[in-house]
Design a protein around this ligand. Structure first.
Ligand SMILES: [Zn+2]
Length: 54
């Protein structure tokens, strides 16, 4: 399971792009903080990666 490359900005509805470096070789650990930067309002959003485990 991979994190989204883009998310919607909560403030302006624009696109936030993932700016965290992700390794292709290592799986993303739950609890990893992913940083996104909005291309419209330039806000930064930090998201904790918590994939749904079922
Ligand atoms: Zn924004």
């Amino acid at each position: 399971m991979k994190p989204p490359e883009k998310i919607s900005c909560v403030d302006c509805g624009g696109e936030c792009h993932l700016i965290s470096y992700l390794s292709d070789e290592e799986p993303l650990e739950p609890g990893t903080v992913l940083s996104y930067r909005c291309s419209d309002c330039n806000d930064r959003w930090d998201l904790v990666w918590e994939p749904d485990q079922e």
